[in-house]
Design a protein around this ligand. Structure first.
Ligand code: AHR
Length: 501
């Protein structure tokens, strides 16, 4: 028998921050060129400025609040000055993260204009690899200054009178990684980032700064948080989960992220105690997704072709962010178009991957206030006892956390919707073969209406995928009579919308 899910609408965790449904566009593979920007498109899919209108619409339907840019690993050898001014004068450069060439036909001004069309806030990651604090200050001045100074005037000369007011700035990307141009140890990074933060804030005290963390369960996170807590607003962590051919590991992977968030939360508290700080400091999980870099290497554009199993993993990832709403305030799926993305383009159109649909359901329905959810312990014979940390993650991280075992096949999060009239439950049955009759119990003073709206993402085979030829995996909406138990298909994801009476 399936475990009972207990939800009490009076037990609030925290407001769900809409910024957990943010995106990321890197100069990598076909994310920018041929993805969001396609000026030579011969099929009428680009607007006058070269932006793909079909991509914009697909992203608008995801309500993307923030987009991180321009990397990722790309940023660590990026010269932002190459990407502004007359296009014919912009230099082509060797690109060291993905070993390609960068034309610089798309740069800061194009990115900001695209964000405005999308209705999203830009979030810029600074180059702490090859560039200097002077370059970083110049970039900030170019974007945000209203003074009569060189880089602010350069922006005006390029046709942009008003400052952009870019609020979010990250102090480097994965500086701990051996693949990073300009890799540093935690102590050296902390010293440098502290000085950068100080100077950047002198130029623009209104910005929000993000420190470069690792996975949340690395010593790098402890050392950098202790040093940088006084000067940053968010600590960034990254994680990718992967099946390595095993569905169970694929869908249980986000448990490692949940553990990383819990550890980071404690490290933040510790850094605040040690620094005698009372400020807000929360997590910006600015790269997350399912990615197997062996199957879809970065140098080849990392175009993962996701299946239903991956969609269930993405739904479990999003459940983690809703459950951890008290401390995760921003999360960016990596990435937004073509590169490990829910959207794949061709010159003639796009298709939405399986993973698009859970993301869309969360972004549209899982807003409001996160509620405490308890999934009762399964019968011992029904529990999953295998690994929750994919081997790929364990290889990367020196101290991959042993996440809770046994892990439950049913994974849930819940919100009290804005206005307080609905409880919405995101429910993943991660079991590959077993359907489950799931009793859902609300708190003692809560009653729900007898009809429940169900938004379901399901398909017959775990390996089912979408493509240009059609979509096997997408959202189906239906209404069911409610008698206290939900009949949940094997390998399914659904958001149940209950009306409180
Ligand atoms: O998102 C792809 C890459 O993964 C990013 O460039 C990097 O930050 C991470 O390693």
């Amino acid at each position: 028998m399936a475990p009972t899910i207990h939800i009490d609408p009076a037990r609030h965790v925290a407001p769900v921050d809409p910024r957990i449904y943010s995106g990321f566009t890197e100069h990598m593979g076909r994310c920018i060129y041929g993805g969001i920007y396609d000026p030579d498109n011969a099929h009428g899919l680009a607007d006058a400025r070269g932006y793909r209108t079909d991509v914009l619409q697909a992203l608008k339907d995801l309500n993307v609040p923030i987009v991180r840019y321009p990397g990722g690993n790309f940023v660590s050898s990026y010269r932002w000055q190459d990407g502004v001014g007359p296009k014919e004068l912009r230099p082509r450069r060797p690109e060291l993260a993905w070993l390609t060439e960068e034309s610089n036909q798309f740069g800061t001004d194009e990115f900001i204009a695209w964000c405005r069309l999308l209705g999203a806030e830009p979030y810029i990651c600074l180059n702490m690899g090859t560039s200097t604090l002077e370059d970083a200050l110049a970039w900030l001045e170019y974007c945000n200054s209203s003074a009569n100074t060189h880089y602010a005037n350069m922006r005006r000369k390029n046709g942009h009178e008003a400052p952009y007011g870019v609020k979010y700035w990250a102090l480097g990307n994965e500086v701990w990684g051996p693949w990073q141009v300009g890799q540093m140890n935690a102590e050296d990074y902390s010293k440098q980032a502290f000085q950068w933060a100080k100077a950047l804030r002198l130029l623009d005290p209104s910005i929000k700064l993000v420190s470069c963390g690792e996975t949340g369960f690395a010593d790098w996170d402890r050392v950098t948080l202790k040093a940088l807590a006084p000067v940053v607003d968010f600590h960034s962590i990254h994680l990718y989960t992967v099946s390595e051919g095993n569905h169970d590991v694929n869908v249980m992977g986000p448990a490692a992220a949940e553990k990383g968030i819990e550890i980071t939360k404690s490290l933040i508290e510790l850094a605040k105690i040690e620094g005698n700080l009372t400020k807000d400091l929360t997590i910006c999980f600015d790269e997350w997704n399912v990615w197997d870099p062996v199957r879809a290497p970065g140098e080849k554009g990392a175009e993962e072709h996701y299946d239903l199993s991956d969609a269930l993993a993405v739904a479990s990832w999003l459940n983690v962010f809703v459950r951890k709403a008290d401390v995760v305030k921003i999360a960016c799926i990596a990435q937004s178009v073509n590169v490990i993305s829910p959207i794949i383009t061709s010159p003639t159109g796009l298709f939405k991957q399986t993973t698009y649909y859970p993301l869309q359901l969360f972004a549209s329905l899982m807003q409001g206030t996160a509620l405490a959810v308890h999934v009762a312990a399964p019968e011992p014979e029904d529990a999953y006892t295998g690994p929750t940390v994919p081997a790929f993650v364990a290889r990367l991280a020196a101290h991959a956390p042993p996440s809770a075992r046994p892990t439950k096949w049913l994974d849930a999060s819940a919100v009290l919707a804005p206005g307080g009239a609905q409880v919405r439950v995101a429910l993943v049955n991660r079991h590959k073969a077993a359907a489950a009759a799931v009793p859902i119990r609300f708190g003692p003073r809560a009653e729900v209406a007898p009809r429940v709206e169900v938004h379901e993402v399901w398909s017959a085979e775990l390996g089912d995928r979408n493509g240009f030829e059609g979509e096997k995996v997408r959202t189906v909406v239906k209404t069911v009579d409610w008698q206290g138990t939900y009949e949940c298909k094997a390998h399914s994801f659904q958001v149940l919308v209950f009306t409180l009476v």
